[in-house]
Every structure is written in structure tokens, then in C-alpha cells.
Design a protein around this ligand. Sequence first.
Ligand code: PMP
Ligand code: GLN
Length: 385
Amino acid sequence: VVKRMRGFGETIFAEMTRLANEAGAINLGQGFPDTDGPRSLLEDAARRLREGVNQYPPGPGRIELRAAVAADRGERYGLEHDPETEVYVTVGATAGIAASVLALVEPGDEVVLFEPMYDSYSAVIALAQGVRRPVTLRPSADDARYTFDPEELAAAITPRTRMVIVNTPHNPTGTVFTPEELALVARLCRENDVIALTDEVYEHLTFDGVAHVPLATLPGMAERTLSVSSAGKTFSVTGWKVGWVTGPAPLVNAVRTVNQFLTFSANGAQQLAVADALRGERDWVRAQRDALQAKRDRLAAGLAAAGFGVGRAQGAYFLMADIRPLGHDDGAVLARSLIHRAGVAAVPAQVFYADEREGRHLVRFAFCKRDEVLDEAAARLRSLG
Ligand code: PMP
Ligand code: GLN
């Protein structure tokens, strides 16, 4: 592999799922639900496959889905997008993120992002030969919510910055960025003429009444923001890989220029099914969000009973757990040994940091699993003593 990709190896999610499967362990590592999405969504896609929606969809996506995404963001966030020029369908959010970075970051350009950070960001910045500038999220002293130091962010964003990546709701910390936090990001982007790339794949999965605010809704941001989302988390169909990028036409067109040679187009039948679900399955999505909030509390209680220090998730479907109260100090070692000793797989959080030492004492557990699975995992962890 090319030099700039050396060191990336196998993704931690693939590795932990492989180890969990080999050992027959409960997999709270890779973030995917163990129940299906809405029945009508699955049947809609199956019917369309049988009815012959089996050839290439248009590269930018089926217009039905692009129109549905535009309508959905219009209704929920007040954002206006022309489906023809400002919405582009990708193979999951992953391809949307990759195409956006490859389309807009020149070699040597700096990209500011918040760590712990989702693994694909660093890889695509490296592919683009950009320079990663992480700003570390840390648990605040009063409520354990992960947040950043405004001065650190202000120091990181400079005229050398080409792009800032904002993931909210955030994987792995569960932080939902507040309007005030976003306002600072927005101001720094405007002042330094920086493009924002947002990863909003968990946009529907927020808890305790906390609202997701897209960065693009802040003053002066719609014209400089590419927003990425996907159907995988919203409808519990992570294997479908239907995602989308929205933003101003010139930026979306840059994404299109690159993406047409990465994947050309995304799955066709699933696009049509997702288009219908965005409007038709809103009740299902709300019920799923409420169910996940209860699962968060269920797993948090189980992890606390097992002796972990448990973080606070306002959104997404992960809990950060501090392993120091258990007498451990290396999450990578503990995560691998838990698979065999407890039959439970988690993800060592240090992989989400530029400097592994920042996250050495943390492991991430996914709670998007059936209640009985969460209970069994908690019981196994507790029995370790
Ligand atoms: N961004 C984040 C923060 C994620 O957690 C994930 C999925 N785990 C993705 C992007 C990738 O989304 P998709 O499966 O739609 O490619
Ligand atoms: N986003 C999922 C997670 O954080 C994993 C996706 C993947 O395996 N690439 O666990």
C-alpha cells in the first residue's frame, strides 16, 4: 500500500467484530443494531428489487431520494436545498466524507477536527495528503459531558486551515454540540474562510430532549458547509450504505467530480425505499430514539455495577467507560482480554485519538442491542469482579 496509508491496518471495528465472532462473544464493539429497521422499509426495497430496479441509478442519486432529503432538511431544520444541484447520494456517509475531503483538501492543507475522532477522517485526510489538526474533547468537571476548550479551537483554526470536520451527535463520546459551541466553530470558519464538513449520521438519535443543530443553519454557514448523513443509523440498516451530502452547488459539484470515479453511484432500490421512509417512518424513528435512550440507561447501569466509570451520552449509541476504577490502565489490552475472559467485545477508545495516551483509560461500548443482550453483557462483566 502507498506510504501515506501505512499504519492504518485493519479498522478497529472490523478487528473487534472478527475477534468477537471467533470467540462467540457478545459484540458491543462495532456500532450496528441487532434488530432490523422498519418492516415497510425492508419490504419496499425487496419489492423494488423484484420489480426490476436493478441497474445503475444516476450517479448523483435517484431524484426521489434527493427530493426527499431536501424536503426533510427543509421541514426539520429550515434549510433549503435544490435536489438537483445541492443533494448528492453516496455509498453511506463514509463515501460522502471521503469524496468531500478528496475533492476539497489539497496536499498540505490543514484540516481541524475534534478527537476522539471517527476513524475514517484521519485515513481520508492522509489520502488527500492533508495535515490533521485535532482539538481534544474532554469531560467537563461539572457534568462529565465531553467538550472543547474554546481557546484551543481558536488556536487550531488559522488561515492555513482548509476544512473543519464536526461530528454531532458525536461518536464515540455521545456529545451533542450546543448552539454556542457551533457558533464559535462558525465564527472561526467565516473569519478564516474555512469549509465545514459535518458528519450528522446520528442526527435523529439524541436523548433527554436535546436537539441536534446542523452547523449549516448558523449565519453564513450554509454557503460553506457540506453536511453528510446516512440511512444506516436512522433506520437501523447499516448494511445498506445509503448516504447523502448536502450543501451549496459548487461544493456539491466538487464532491460529484470525485465521487463519480470512486463509486459512480449508490444502491438503487434502497435509495427509493429510504426516500419513502424519510417521511413515512418518522414515528418509527422517534420510537427507536426513545428505545435507545432506555438502552443507554440500561447499559450505563450495568457498566457502573461492573465497576466502570461511565460517561454521559446525549446522542448516538455509544458509552465511553473509564477502566481505571477497575484497576486497569490500557483499554487496548483490556478490550482484547474481555473478549476471552468475559465474552464481551468493546472498542479501545485510544484508536480515536492522535495521541493514544489521551484515550488509553477508555473503552467504548455500543448500546444499540436487544435488552437481553445488554443485560447478559452486563452480567458477564460484573461476574469478572
Ligand atoms: N460517521 C460516523 C460518526 C459513524 O459512526 C459512522 C458509522 N459507524 C459513519 C460515519 C459511517 O456511516 P455509513 O455506514 O453510512 O457509511
Ligand atoms: N460507525 C461504526 C462504529 O463506530 C462502525 C462502522 C464501521 O465498521 N466502519 O462502530
